[in-house]
Design a protein around this ligand. Sequence first.
Ligand code: IPM
Ligand code: MG
Length: 353
Amino acid sequence: MKIAVLPGDGIGPEIVAQAVKLLEVLRADGAKIEMETAPIGGAGYDAAGDPLPEATLKLAREADTVLLGAVGGPQYDTLDRPLRPERGLLRIRKELNLFANLRPALLYPELAGASSLKPEVVSGLDLMIVRELTGDVYFGQPRGIEVRNGERVGFNTMLYSESEVRRVAHVAFGIAMKRGRKLCSVEKANVLECSELWKEVMIEVSKDYPEVALSHMYVDNAAMQLIRAPKQFDTIVTGNIFGDILSDAASMLSGSIGMLPSASLDEHNKGMYEPIHGSAPDIAGKNLANPLATILSVAMMYRYTFADLATADRIENAVKKVIAQGLRTGDIWTEGTQKVSCSAMGDAVVKAL
Ligand code: IPM
Ligand code: MG
């Protein structure tokens, strides 16, 4: 298995280094994996004048799977929009057809105190957000900024075809089948035609999954319910922009956005794996970042692309163990636990593994 390793910007290289360290241990242990690194985001722009350099895209296409750190940084914010780091990320998702983005939010019992919500609201939380990733207002045409009637207007198009909704629906129902068999489809069908179609297609696809209880919720209510009573959810399926927003909110339920991995899959389970957090330029290069989301992304890689559930469990158990040992990076630190650096956390996971 060939893994394209794309560290990106900010804390990306530090956290990815911890995941690579873990992969090297697995390789020494007999795993047949190969890794090759390439720049993306601001690093791609610096290296080749393009946030998704051609050579990086080629490597990602040829590889069996992709491990990504994070992209973006203030030094790139004034570039022309097509050159900005985020465009590199959006393009690789689109080019590789990674339409199903899995974002689990799981609370480790020891981290209940790190959540900004009351422990009883979040303890036992285990929820999966399936976010559509290659459509919606992120990619819809037309889009732009232009002058109309003597003033500038900015516009984007929220658009889903039924085939786009159907394929992510099948992924979400499939995942719900393996979990608690409850799927909540989140949209804004009381206002948006795009959501009306989304909901209709969800109901059509649900006929193929009679064991799964499908429910529907407007996105504003879903945002409230996630904070009020998050354990009512098992699996959520939603569009690109609603999923972007709700998954950041859900991340806080689990203590820190630094804990949450993600998988972005195409039809053949070729995946790109990345932590859901950003490049955190404020702490970049200081060895302070939490590498666990990236390490847990490797576990997801084993689960979904390599279909090696034993190794996925092994990695996840190693993470549980270091949490149980009381090791914490700054983002999840609470009184009475031991604050460690990014690399020390990586070492501890390797040792636990
Ligand atoms: C995410 C990020 C990206 C997104 C940005 C960096 C383009 O917020 O992966 O959630 O909006 O999808
Ligand atoms: Mg986001």
